[in-house]
Write a protein that binds this ligand. Structure first.
Ligand code: UD2
Ligand code: MN
Length: 251
């Protein structure tokens, strides 16, 4: 992919309001959607992501905002906790009814992949090029997931305990199941994504405790999640194409 500079990307998206907000002009969208992205030091991905997503979401006539939740150093990366923080911070900004939790390196390929929240939670990124567009296993819930506000509250969000790579997505699936929600997906023809190539960052190496945490997760569903979320907000800026939330968390 060719490199882009911020000036050009911003110029291509003049209709986007500060904070990365957009809504259709001539109709009232049925849902307000917050796109929550866990982030650290992936600027080249972020550029490609924003260039792709603003156009993609606008075609769907959605009322949306993009929230980039940027974890400060030196703590290990905690994707799940950043999702909870994104949920909390976006909720303070606007009355969203739908939350889409989105890796920065995934680009939806099909316009029929509608970014709303159906009656049951939806795993959006079922067919990824990196996995030859096949579902790696039934309960996979990583990548991109969509929850109605009430359902994300019901499951108490993600766990805050997964530092480093892995496990947090499977724990989310267990929470969803435990609360008798059904995981839904679009057909594999529609749920197609490209993953931008990357290596595993030193602060996001596979967490050796991930399986232990996963197997004991159930006893923490009620106490570990949105209701136990602790973080320090270092900054919040309404940048031209996204709301940037810089946060410090501790392990
Ligand atoms: C898989 C999952 C992902 C997550 C992860 C395990 C899919 C398609 N993806 O992704 O959702 O469950 O395994 O934790 O199933 N990030 C940064 N900076 C970093 C590290 C991570 O911005 O230094 C963010 C970024 O949004 C990235 C996401 O976290 O896309 C997931 O990390 P990854 O892409 O390194 O992990 P991956 O591809 O194995
Ligand atoms: Mn990835």
């Amino acid at each position: 992919m060719e490199p882009h500079n911020w000036t050009d990307i911003i110029a291509e998206n003049r209709d986007v309001a500060p904070g990365g907000l957009w809504r259709p002009r001539d109709c009232l969208a049925r849902h307000r959607v917050a796109i929550v992205v866990p982030y650290r030091d992936r600027e080249s991905h972020l550029k490609v992501f924003l260039r792709h997503m603003h156009k993609f979401l606008q075609k769907q006539e959605l009322d949306y905002g993009i929230y980039i939740i940027d974890e400060a150093l030196p703590t290990r990366f905690n994707r799940a906790m950043l999702m909870n923080i994104g949920y909390a911070e976006a909720s303070k900004q606007a009355n969203y009814s739908c939350y889409i939790f989105h890796d920065v390196d995934l680009l939806p390929e099909d316009d029929r992949n509608i970014y709303n929240c159906p009656e049951q939670p939806r795993h959006m990124s079922a067919a990824i090029d990196k996995f030859s567009y096949k579902l790696p296993y039934y309960g996979i819930f990583g990548g991109v997931s969509a929850f109605k506000k009430e359902h994300f509250n019901l499951i108490n969000g993600f766990s805050n305990k997964f530092f480093g790579w892995g496990g947090e997505d499977d724990d989310l699936y267990e929470r969803t199941r435990f609360h008798k929600l059904k995981l839904t997906r679009y057909s594999m023809k529609i749920a197609r994504y490209k993953m931008i190539k990357h290596n595993n960052e030193p602060l996001n190496r596979p967490n050796p405790k991930r399986m232990t945490l996963l197997y004991s997760g159930k006893k923490r569903f009620k106490t570990d999640g949105l209701n136990s979320l602790k973080y320090q907000r270092l900054d919040l800026q309404k940048r031209p194409l996204y709301t940037w939330v810089h946060v410090n968390i501790t392990e």
